[in-house]
Design a protein around this ligand. Structure first.
Ligand SMILES: Cc1ncc(COP(=O)(O)O)c(C=O)c1O
Length: 413
């Protein structure tokens, strides 16, 4: 039944319908279902004790400041720590290149607000992060998709997309959500060069870069861009807006992330953030700084890598053993997800329906493709469940897939 409210919403909200997949995924929250659908970190790795101690220290030593309003840019010692830490992982930047946001999801929303006019084109990988599409759909973005393979975005196909005149290129170079693939160094360099040639900025979304379980670290796109411009010290003034987050390194409930961008973009983002929420929680910033300073973060990241590597290896071993031969999947070198491909013509949403009856769940891949496609694909999360749960879940999914894929892929309607 339609209510008077239906006619009152702005156009951008009217487009935000509930999807069949979202409704299906609600079913996966039942306690007896083993869900590989979510994107959650393992709760066992949250440093609860360290947070408890840090809260006490902050309240005792800086209680009033931590509970007061603060600057929109974020707590300076935290920004300086991020700048130092990022020298190893991304570019040489100063605290003036950094804005603290309430999660990277907020940064994605602000980027939409800053750059996207209704009907503007944005270049994305196919598949890409669903949360970015949700953020930018509200601003009326249209998408030009560039295909991906096991080495990330197929950059050879990018030039045609850039000729259309997009506002920016959105890329997830490390252990991509959803596919788990990593953009090769050669492609990163080509991406930087092409973006410069066509004058199109790059948004580099990197929540998982430090969660590598094998292989060598590949320099970030923002670092390659600063080298390309010969900007090896001082402020970064290049072509990349880089996002990362404490969600996967400390805890997502903090809602604490950072943006690295040229100071002029940071100034615009600050104005946007002032209008949205004034600043990210001061208390959370003080506490996160207290927890992370003094080398704890480095040690903690080593521990997370150990836990997730075991879970990834368990999932891959079980899939090798129990999945039908028609299935293919990625072998990510880090992050939290891998990507399964069923034969063409098999509908992952229908398979999910059957899987839920068998008490196991995944996310059908179609939703990660803004211009359609990927109906036969699925995203599986390996960070959340303990190894024994992963074993049982993969066994259930393997049985479901064998059943579904026999008989020439016929499935109930
Ligand atoms: C690629 C990507 N970007 C952004 C986010 C949002 O992170 P945050 O918790 O910092 O908002 C996620 C979360 O899963 C993600 O996978």
């Amino acid at each position: 039944m339609q209510t008077p409210w239906e006619y009152r919403y702005a156009y951008r909200i009217q487009k935000m319908g509930s999807s069949v997949i979202r409704e299906l995924l609600k079913l996966t929250e039942q306690p007896d279902i083993i869900s590989f659908a979510g994107g959650l970190p393992a709760p066992e790795v949250f440093p609860v004790k360290e947070f408890q101690e840090a809260c006490n220290v902050v309240l005792k030593e800086q209680g009033a400041q931590a509970l007061q309003y603060s600057t929109t840019e974020g707590y300076r010692p935290l920004r300086e720590m991020i700048a130092r830490h990022n020298e190893r992982y991304s570019a040489h930047v100063s605290a003036d290149n950094i804005l603290i946001t309430s999660g990277s999801q907020q940064a994605l929303d602000f980027i939409g607000r800053l750059f996207i006019n209704r009907g503007d084109y944005v270049v994305v990988e196919s598949p890409t992060y669903l949360g970015a599409l949700q953020a930018w759909n509200a601003y009326g973005a249209q998408y030009i998709t560039v295909p991906t393979d096991e080495n990330g975005m197929v950059v050879d196909r990018l030039e045609a997309a850039l000729r259309v005149g997009p506002k920016f290129i959105y890329v997830l170079p490390n252990f991509q959500n959803p596919s788990g693939s990593t953009l090769s160094l050669e492609r990163r360099i080509k991406l930087v060069e092409l973006a410069d040639k066509y004058g199109v900025p790059i948004i580099e979304d990197d929540p998982y870069g430090q969660l590598r379980y094998e292989g060598e670290h590949v320099p970030s796109v923002v670092m390659l861009d600063s080298q390309y411009r010969d900007e090896t010290d001082g402020e970064y003034t290049g072509n990349v807006i880089y996002l990362s987050t404490f969600s996967k390194l400390l805890a997502p409930g903090l809602r604490l992330a950072w943006v690295i961008a040229p100071p002029e973009v940071i100034r615009r983002l600050v104005m946007t953030k002032q209008a949205a929420d004034l600043h990210t929680s001061s208390f959370n910033q003080y506490v996160a700084y207290e927890v992370a300073k003094g080398g704890f973060l480095d040690e903690h990241i080593k521990f997370i890598r150990q836990v997730y590597k075991e879970r990834r290896d368990t999932m891959l071993e079980m899939m090798d053993e129990l999945f039908p031969p028609e299935m293919h999947w990625t072998r990510p070198h880090g992050g939290m997800f891998l990507w399964g491909m069923m034969p063409e013509g098999v509908d992952a949403a229908k398979v999910l329906r059957i899987a839920i009856e068998r008490k196991v769940a995944f996310v059908p891949g179609e939703a990660f493709h803004p211009n359609g496609g990927g109906e036969n694909t699925m995203r599986l999360n390996f960070s959340y469940s303990a190894p024994e749960t992963i074993r049982e879940g993969v066994a259930r999914l393997g049985r479901t897939l064998k059943e579904v894929l026999k008989d020439g892929h016929k499935m109930p309607e």
